[in-house]
Design a protein around this ligand. Structure first.
Ligand code: PMP
Length: 308
């Protein structure tokens, strides 16, 4: 379990203060209706460089601003301001460990009606020390969820909105309580969508395949990075509809996301994937990704922002 450090410095209501002092009123709109949009970024500490590298910080804040737009929010800070608050917060905490950053914009008025317009928004940021979110040293045992991924026209999954994560929580708990590590969602059409908090890729005959963006997925920044990385390594990558049974006959499968990083899948609905070990393409992508995020790959250094 990952716990927050209540003594760490966070940011709330326009100031840096200890996390234990960052509190909201119980009648806050976001708490009542899930009207909050969030980001999740990772900082990787490289001890040899004595530096903390934040992965694709501009892309994360650009997505957060887009999520806010979907939710008719007026963010009190620009993407550039949120970025500089993040870097300042990392320095104030003097982080020298892998760290997860959780920025969010929420409807902060004490307001009873479930609506989006005419409600003020606030920005806050806190952090959690985080190594693996999913265990990347072994294969994930997964199952297709009995819960469907929320449709774009129910709660847009393109907005990383807290209310939408009830859907993720239902699927994750069902999977874990049934003895699996992670759930795989189908969308409302019955096509493969994503995991509870990560995008999914499969490999069939050396082609890397991932559900396209109209499969009720979050527009994952790691997903986009893996596509770009794989293409740069000479692999062919296709974004298309993926049928459930393709999960059973693929050669390799893996999840990716800020939390998950690259987490390979060993089993789906009790079918062993490949020979039950990490496949060659997943393993090459994972190793390269780990090098990149730790600041060891000159070709992709532009994806990182050094804190110190
Ligand atoms: N899908 C969902 C539902 C998620 O919560 C996440 C994690 N943010 C992802 C995919 C992966 O997105 P990213 O690579 O931007 O972290």
């Amino acid at each position: 379990m990952t716990a927050t450090d209540q003594n760490s410095i966070a940011y709330h209501a326009g100031e840096f203060k200890t996390l234990r002092d960052c509190n909201v009123n119980i009648s806050t709109h976001a708490l009542q209706y899930g009207t909050m949009v969030f980001g999740g970024l990772r900082g990787y500490y490289n001890a040899a460089h004595d530096n903390l590298y934040i992965f694709r910080i501009d892309d994360h804040y650009n997505r957060l601003v887009k999520s806010a737009r979907i939710m008719q929010m007026n963010p009190p800070k620009t993407a550039a301001e949120m970025k500089s608050i993040t870097l300042e917060l990392a320095r104030k905490n003097n982080f020298r460990t892998n760290t997860y950053f959780r920025p969010f914009i929420y409807k902060s008025d004490l307001q009873l009606s479930p609506r989006l317009h005419d409600i003020h928004d606030a920005f806050a940021l806190y952090t959690v020390p985080l190594n693996d979110y999913l265990d990347t040293t072994r294969g994930m045992r997964t199952a297709v969820s009995s819960w469907r991924r929320i449709d774009e026209n129910i709660i847009p999954t393109r907005a990383k909105a807290s209310g939408g994560y009830i859907n993720s929580a239902l699927a994750k708990s069902e999977a874990v309580q049934n003895g699996f590590d992670e759930a795989i969602f189908l969308d409302m059409r019955g096509m493969v969508s994503e995991g509870s908090a990560e995008n999914i890729f499969i490999v069939r005959e050396n082609t890397i395949i991932t559900p396209h963006l109209a499969s009720a997925v979050l527009e994952g920044i790691t997903r986009r990075s893996i596509i770009e990385l794989a293409r740069s390594m000479g692999y062919s990558v296709v974004e298309r509809d993926v049928a459930r049974a393709e999960l059973y006959i693929c050669d390799e499968a893996f999840f990716c996301g800020t939390g998950a990083q690259v987490a390979w899948i060993a089993e789906i609905d009790r079918r062993v994937i490949g020979d039950g070990n990490i496949g060659p393409i997943s393993s090459k992508l994972r190793d390269r990704f780990v090098n990149i995020v730790n600041g060891e790959d000159p070709e992709f250094k532009h994806w990182l922002t050094a804190v110190y």
